[in-house]
Ligand binder design. Structure first.
Ligand SMILES: [Zn+2]
Length: 192
């Protein structure tokens, strides 16, 4: 996770919010809402990555209500409450489910930079007890993510110190997936 900047609210969402009075259920109102502009806007802001686990988003994405809409019908179309997540049975959004905890981290609001420790074997650790609970609640330590991170990051070893040019090259590279983990590990190898 890294800090995200929320773009301007799409007009379609403003209109939907104004039109919604709670007379039908949150789920029903959300289902019939055309979500393309919201999805597109969040996808751009997140560089095409899941806001939580930072895998590359496929065609299928989930718009997560950070605070579940069942808590308050006004959360249904609240721009500040929407985050784009990966899709699938054990996706971040599915893992969060319909719950909400005060210690949860919305990367559009809180800078999570120092909250997680990443390792080139794919493991992740919380810097605090609450960060550790976020890892468990969002499934950031699920086997699918550990395997994927390992596959993408295992070339980042101390041996890179033997070839400073290559290390410099990697340091300046915009890594396409897991950019937070990538940067943290390479900075550690470089002694920064
Ligand atoms: Zn995810």
């Amino acid at each position: 996770m890294h800090k995200l900047e929320r773009p301007t609210q799409p007009n379609e969402l403003i209109d939907a919010k104004q039109a919604y009075t709670g007379s039908i259920s949150q789920d029903e109102a959300w289902r019939s809402f055309k979500k393309d502009s919201v999805r597109e806007s969040l996808k751009n802001a997140q560089d095409g990555l899941c806001a939580y686990c930072e895998i590359k988003l496929s065609q299928d994405t989930r718009i997560d209500h950070f605070k579940p809409k069942k808590l308050d019908y006004r959360l249904t179309f609240d721009w500040d409450n929407l985050v784009l997540s990966c899709d699938g049975i054990d996706s971040c959004d599915n893992k969060k489910g319909g719950e909400f905890e005060e210690y949860w981290i919305n990367p559009y609001i809180t800078d999570p930079a120092s909250m997680f420790k990443f390792y080139s074997d794919g493991q992740i650790e919380g810097a605090t007890q609450e960060a550790q609970k976020v890892i468990e609640d969002f499934g950031l330590d699920s086997p699918r993510l550990i395997m994927k991170r390992k596959g993408m990051l295992s070339f980042l070893t101390e041996e890179l110190l033997d070839d400073i040019d290559t290390l410099e090259y990697y340091k300046n590279m915009d890594y396409p997936m897991f950019p937070t983990a990538y940067k943290q590990i390479i900075d550690k190898i470089s002694g920064e």
